[in-house]
Design a protein around this ligand. Structure first.
Ligand code: PGA
Length: 247
């Protein structure tokens, strides 16, 4: 699976053109998802109609409705054709105050609405240098289990996104990434073995056409969550092709 996280980029027409370019190239054997900003979702959904490319949002409210200014609910996203929602991206956690607990609540709402959460975890450089990578990732995942029970990640997608690699041009080495991915699968297996076995764990953090094939060759790396390289259709499609080769 390869998901493009378009973040806060693009114009109405630009988002549609990018979606059109991605959808025009069929990549078989890979689930391809694009995640535009929320106001672009309806028009991008129209562009993707009848194609194999799926639509995702970048966040969702933990609540169905009510006095939550500025939020969008999972049910509303589903109504506009979303199948996936990115939850707990490090930019949400560091810039907008999302906590392990609030991310868990958002995740639960997404799954309850029948959508698939792409639940992001990852450590800062400081965490890694202090030897705390596993502890940080475990706490992020544990909050989901604490709220939703042992099956809380069944059918979800997890994205391992080391904060120090996001948008920096510095990628985790395939070995570094594989080590954390295997750890994540093991941690989930302690709660739910069946869910862990089929869990798709994506790598994110400066993944691009130059490094994707090697990353995706690792046994526990099941695809990518792509930021910068998802904004150019040729680069994004090259990453999708790299995943197709491994599929
Ligand atoms: P990047 O972003 O590929 O630009 O590092 C990845 C992400 O934030 O999802």
């Amino acid at each position: 699976m390869v998901a493009g996280n378009w973040k806060l980029n693009g114009s109405r027409e630009g988002a549609c053109s990018l979606a059109r370019e991605v959808a025009a190239s069929v990549v078989t054997g890979v689930d391809v998802v694009v995640c535009p900003v929320s106001v672009h979702l309806p028009e991008v959904a129209e562009v993707l109609k009848g194609t194999d490319v799926k639509l995702g949002a970048q966040n969702a409210c933990a609540h169905e409705g009510g006095a939550y200014t500025g939020e969008v609910s999972s049910t509303m996203l589903a109504e506009f054709g979303c199948d996936y929602v990115i939850i707990g991206h490090s930019e949400r956690r560091t810039l907008f105050g999302d906590t392990n607990e609030s991310c868990a609540a958002r995740h639960q709402a997404v799954m309850a609405a029948g959508l698939t959460s792409i639940f992001c975890v990852g450590e800062t450089l400081e965490d890694r240098e202090a030897g705390n990578t596993a502890a940080v990732v475990d706490a992020q995942l544990q909050a989901v289990f604490d709220l939703g029970g042992k099956q809380a990640l069944d059918g979800a997608v997890v994205a391992y996104e080391p904060v120090w690699a996001i948008g920096t041009g510095v990628t985790a080495s395939p070995e570094q990434a594989q080590e954390v991915h295997a750890h994540i699968r093991g941690f989930v297996a302690k709660q739910d073995q069946a869910a862990a076995a089929k869990l798709r764990i994506l790598y994110g953090g400066s993944a691009n056409p130059g490094n994707a094939a090697e990353l995706f060759s690792k046994p526990d790396i099941d695809g990518g969550l792509i930021g910068g390289a998802a904004l150019k259709s040729a680069d994004f499609l090259a990453v999708c092709q790299a995943a197709a080769v491994q599929a």
